[in-house]
Design a protein around this ligand. Structure first.
Ligand SMILES: Nc1ncnc2c1ncn2[C@@H]1O[C@H](COP(=O)(O)OP(=O)(O)OP(=O)(O)O)[C@@H](O)[C@H]1O
Length: 319
C-alpha cells in the first residue's frame, strides 16, 4: 500500500503546560467603519506551538499586534505573560521575540553584524550572536552580507533575530513564506526544535500543511472572530469526512467494491476506482483478499479540508 497522505504531525517534545501565557477575552478592534476584531477570546498555554489561521483580512495581524503591544484594543482584555501589553512596557517586550521580516534587515551588513546590532539594541551579551547563528544553522554565513543570503537563510536569520535575547514567547509571521519545499522542511525541523526547548510559539500562516505538521492547537479566525479552536486532529475529526481509498479501476468493479462492508461510496474517476469509507481498516482488510494491496492509496482528511469547510471556501473532501 502507498503511504497515506501526510498525517497530523504534532511536534514531539515536552507537553504544553496549562499555564496561560497569552489570554484574550472579548477583544475588539475597529479601524473606522471596519471591525477587524469582533470579540476574540483565546488562551495560549506555555510550551504550546499555537497557530493562527484565516483568510486574508480576517484580523490575524491585528490580533497578533495587539498581543505584542503594538496596537491598543478598543475593547476586551489582553494579558501577555500575566501583564497587560498596553501601554507598552519595555520590560515585557524583552520577554518576547518577534520574527522580523527580511525587509527589516540592515541590508548592507553581514548576518553577524546585523545580529550584533540587534543584540546591542537589546543590551544582550554579544556571545548571544554566535549562539543564535549556531541555533539556526547559519554559523558559516556570519560574514555573508544579508542581501546575499538565500530566502531560506534569510528566514533563519529572521528567527535568529527573534531568539537573540532568549525570549519565553516567540511570534512568527509566515515563517516559510516563499521557500522551496526542501527549505520549508528544514525550517520546520528548526521550529520543532524551538518548541522542544519549551518555548511558546505563536505562528500565523497560510500554509495549512505547516500548521498541521507543527501546531499543537490552531485558532481559525474569519471576519474578526475565532470560528474554531482545537488541535489539528480535533478539527479534522470534527469534519467527519470519509477517507478515500484509490486503486486502479481495472482491479475491481464499483459494484464489487460497494458490496464490501464499510464502503459508503464507489465511483470511477478516470482510470481509478475511488472508495469512500469511515472504516478504513475494515475496507483495507477486505480489499486485501481481492486486489493487490500495494496498489491502494489512502487519503484521509487534512487540516486544509477542515479549514476550507469551516471558512466556507470549500465543502468537499478534496483529493
Ligand atoms: N491600519 C489599518 N487601517 C484601516 N484598516 C485596517 C488597518 N489594518 C487592517 N485593517 C483592516 O482590518 C481588517 C483585518 O486586517 P488584518 O491585517 O488584521 O488581517 P489579516 O488576517 O492579517 O490579513 P492578511 O492575511 O491579508 O495579512 C481588514 O479588513 C483590513 O483591511
Amino acid at each position: 500500500m502507498n503511504e497515506p497522505h501526510a498525517q497530523t504531525g504534532t511536534a514531539p517534545g515536552p507537553v504544553a503546560t496549562t499555564e496561560p501565557v497569552v489570554v484574550l477575552d472579548g477583544v475588539i478592534k475597529r479601524y473606522g467603519e471596519v471591525t477587524a476584531l469582533d470579540g476574540v477570546s483565546l488562551t495560549v498555554r506555555r510550551g504550546e506551538f499555537f497557530g493562527i489561521l484565516g483568510p486574508n483580512g480576517a484580523g490575524k495581524t491585528t490580533l497578533v499586534e495587539i498581543v505584542e503591544g503594538m496596537r491598543e484594543a478598543d475593547g476586551g482584555t489582553v494579558s501577555l505573560l500575566g501583564q497587560s501589553p498596553w501601554p507598552r512596557d519595555t520590560a515585557l517586550l524583552a520577554r518576547i521575540g518577534v520574527q522580523t521580516q527580511a525587509s527589516a534587515f540592515f541590508a548592507r551588513l553581514t548576518a553577524g553584524e546585523h545580529l550584533r546590532t540587534v543584540a546591542a539594541l537589546y543590551g544582550t551579551d554579544p556571545d548571544a550572536v554566535r549562539i543564535a547563528l549556531e541555533r539556526v544553522g547559519l554559523t558559516e554565513k556570519e560574514n555573508a552580507r544579508v542581501d546575499h543570503l538565500s530566502g531560506g537563510q534569510r528566514q533563519r536569520l529572521a528567527i535568529a533575530t527573534a531568539l537573540l535575547h532568549e525570549p519565553e514567547l516567540i511570534f512568527l509571521d509566515e515563517p516559510t513564506a516563499a521557500l522551496d519545499p526542501e527549505a520549508r522542511r528544514e525550517l520546520w525541523a528548526l521550529l520543532r526544535s524551538l518548541r522542544s526547548e519549551g518555548r511558546t510559539i505563536v505562528c500565523t500562516t497560510h500554509h495549512l500543511d505547516e500548521a498541521e505538521a507543527l501546531c499543537d492547537r490552531v485558532a481559525i479566525v474569519a471576519g474578526g472572530r475565532v470560528i474554531a479552536l482545537d488541535t489539528p486532529r480535533g478539527l479534522i475529526r470534527a469534519l467527519a469526512a470519509p477517507a478515500r481509498l484509490m486503486l486502479p479501476a481495472d482491479e475491481l468493479t464499483a459494484e464489487a467494491a460497494l458490496a464490501l462492508p464499510g464502503v459508503d461510496r464507489a465511483t470511477v474517476e478516470g482510470d481509478e476506482l475511488v472508495l469512500e469509507t469511515s472504516a478504513v481498516n475494515h475496507v483495507l482488510t477486505a480489499l486485501g483478499d481481492l486486489v493487490d494491496i500495494e496498489s491502494v492509496t489512502v487519503r484521509t482528511a487534512t487540516l486544509e479540508d477542515a479549514y476550507l469547510s469551516l471558512t466556507g471556501h470549500g465543502t468537499e473532501h478534496r483529493s
